[in-house]
Design a protein around this ligand. Structure first.
Ligand SMILES: [Zn+2]
Length: 180
């Protein structure tokens, strides 16, 4: 976001932050690219670290591992810490690239960081260029959490319908229909 507006890129796919090659070389992502960061920061990564089979539902699997970690399972906690560190390394990489004021996390990133804050903070600081470390870009949980995209789409729709230009179009349309 720059000055309150999303930068959506040349083809509308800007902000696909899950797919820079911050992951393991050679590992193929469903998006078609190799070594995507996405593969390191969700339930698939947790399953690899725990030597489990690839889960059908990585999100639910991740929730179950987070629950196990919270209950004191050391293997689950270690896997969560590894994934939180991978999340933080990529976040630092993106912070080095974009020099943002604030980084927001949503989805699974929120509970992963919360469950392993030391691992996250250590890897985040280590991944930042030195000049960022005095005032590192603040990492916060997104206000709308998992519903950010949906809330944003609804807000854009409402803005579109209630903008001065949209209201003028609506007025013109009715004027034309009234005159025909
Ligand atoms: Zn990918």
């Amino acid at each position: 976001m720059v000055n309150g507006r999303p930068l959506t890129g040349a083809s509308g796919a800007g902000g696909e932050v899950g797919h820079p090659p911050f992951g393991t070389p050679g590992q193929r992502c469903p998006c078609g690219a190799a070594a995507c960061w996405d593969l390191e920061v969700d339930g698939r990564a947790l399953a690899r670290h725990l030597a489990d089979e690839a889960p059908d539902d990585p999100y639910d699997y991740a929730q179950s591992v987070l629950d196990r970690a919270e209950r004191g399972d050391p293997d689950a906690a270690a896997a969560v810490a590894r994934v939180a560190a991978a999340l933080a390394r990529g976040t630092a990489g993106l912070a080095n690239l974009h020099d943002p004021d604030i980084v927001t996390l949503d989805g699974l990133a929120i509970p992963l960081r919360a469950a392993a804050t030391d691992a996250f903070d250590t890897a985040y600081t280590a991944g930042l260029m030195t000049f960022h470390r005095d005032r590192p870009p603040r990492v916060i949980d997104a206000a709308h959490r998992d519903h950010g995209a949906l809330s944003g789409a609804a807000a854009v729709g409402l803005d579109h319908l209630t903008s001065e230009a949209a209201l003028a179009d609506w007025h013109d349309l009715h004027a034309r229909e009234g005159g025909s």
